[in-house]
Write a protein that binds this ligand. Structure first.
Ligand code: ARG
Length: 460
């Protein structure tokens, strides 16, 4: 009395609402390609161990190829009655090739099948995302190299701190993404383990060869425990944690770009093609791309939390709860790819307003630490030097003068070791070039960091 593949023990059809409520085909159809790849490998293995004949295998492979064509040509009608991508494809296969199609599911369950599909799908997406990160990093290197000598105020507490080079600032962004890339590669190792063969939860009675299936699908190895294989989604959680960190990093950069593009900072110009206007205020050019990226970071982290909550109370082994893993994971992938694409295009096109940045660095006493260091070189203990320069800054605030704008006589009021050579250290160029060690902001160090980074990317 029911057309479900599992209908044997049921005596009434599924409630119409329940059918919709429990179905996943609307969103899991995006797994179709990897579902078919998994089935091809499974059927190939079954024939190898003698569970299917070679003729049955060939019939199945031919049928799967036709199903794939149907899907890709838009000829496939997805049915909610058939619940999910797996049963839709299997039913269409059986329509095409008859009774042999019903043998494909031998020694397999949708539980190990879906876990395999997601891993195959995610592995491909990881590889795409990895190259998008690399492309963005290349754009950062181009920008950092171009602006290795450009001076801007560096901030702590968003208050002027010390002069830095713009190239150095961009290389800080680069470092964040380098760690993200490593995290992604590490995550990939744990994604690339094959659940297929776990069947529903306990394994199967057929003489399957899991090493063979794993090899056919490009997995590093079959998983160790059948119960664990069908139940855990920690690999997806880990991926979403990686994605949340990338998004946090892009969100921080976005915040900076938004500030810098404002009339008040006036440090950069974003090309018009990455901005939009206002329907009422004719002068507006809004930094929508960084704003949206900042906004979308919340959405990605939200999905991470969804998956953690989804997993946390599930007893072994598979539970239908896990069907809820897909929409958050897919949305994280789509959102992250979109943000990386937008950033990859935008970052190398950032126009730097060097004169305006430098002017800003002249305000806010950004070379005060340099003056203190100068006094230390002349024999003043650092704490005393700090106090002396603090007094000079207080005088500067009162008189409206930067340290470099004070006369020698004025400066000498604060310490008698100050002589004419003080003006060398009060220049912005002197300040940044003096920080010439690994990780320092000197233009020479930025160039070295860029060169090393280029080699690193070339070796990926
Ligand atoms: N659509 C299901 C999912 O996404 C496939 C596995 C269903 N297994 C089951 N026994 N109901 O998780």
């Amino acid at each position: 009395t029911t057309e479900k593949p599992w209908g044997g023990r049921f005596s009434e059809p599924t409630d119409a609402f329940v059918e919709r409520f429990t179905a996943s085909v609307d969103f899991d159809q995006r797994l179709y390609y990897h579902d078919i790849q998994g089935s091809i490998a499974h059927a190939t293995m079954l024939a190898k161990v003698g569970v299917l004949t070679e003729q049955e295998r060939d019939t199945i492979l031919q049928g799967l190829k036709e199903v794939q064509d149907d899907i890709e040509q838009g000829r496939f009608e997805w049915s909610v009655t058939l619940e999910d991508v797996h049963m839709n494809i299997e039913a269409r296969l059986t329509d095409k090739i008859g009774i042999t199609g019903k043998k494909l599911h031998t020694g397999r369950s949708r539980n190990d099948q879906v876990a395999t599909d997601i891993r195959l799908y995610l592995r491909d997406e990881i590889d795409i995302i990895a190259s998008e990160i690399t492309r963005l990093q290349q754009g950062m290197l181009a920008l950092a190299e171009r602006e290795a000598d450009t001076i801007m105020p560096g901030f702590t507490h968003l208050q002027t701190a010390q002069p830095v080079t713009f190239g150095h600032h961009i290389m800080a962004w680069f470092e964040m993404l380098s760690r993200d890339y490593e995290r992604l590669m590490d995550c990939r190792k744990r994604v690339n383990v094959m659940p297929l063969g776990a069947a529903a939860l306990a394994g199967t009675t057929y003489p399957i060869d899991r090493n063979l299936t794993a090899e056919l699908l490009g997995f590093d190895r079959p998983s160790n425990n059948s119960l664990d294989s069908v139940s855990d989604r920690d690999f997806a959680i880990e991926f979403c944690a990686f994605a949340s960190l990338v998004m946090s990093h892009l969100s921080r950069s976005s915040e900076e770009l938004i500030l810098w593009a404002s009339a008040q900072f006036n440090f950069i110009d974003l090309p018009d093609r990455f901005c939009t206007g206002s329907s009422i205020m004719p002068q507006k050019k809004n930094p929508d791309v960084p704003e949206l990226v900042r906004g979308k970071s919340g959405r990605v982290t939200g999905h991470l939390i969804s998956l953690l909550m989804l997993m946390k109370s599930q007893p072994l082994a598979y539970n239908k709860d896990n069907q809820e893993d897909k929409e958050p994971l897919f949305d994280v992938i789509d959102t992250l790819k979109g943000c990386l694409k937008a950033y990859g295009d935008m970052v190398p096109a950032i126009q730097v307003k060097a004169a305006s940045m430098e002017e800003a660095a002249r305000r806010g006493f950004s070379t005060a630490t340099d003056l203190a260091d100068y006094l230390v070189v002349k024999g003043v203990p650092f704490r005393d030097a700090h106090e002396v320069v603090g007094k000079a800054v207080a005088y500067g605030v009162e008189s409206g003068k930067d340290l470099s704008e004070m006369s020698l006589a004025e400066l000498a009021n604060f310490s008698d070791v100050i002589t004419d050579d003080v003006f060398d250290v009060l220049t912005l160029e002197g300040s940044v070039s003096a920080r010439d060690h690994i990780g320092g902001t000197a233009p020479a160090q930025v160039r070295k960091a860029v060169a090393a980074a280029k080699e690193m990317l070339a070796a990926r």
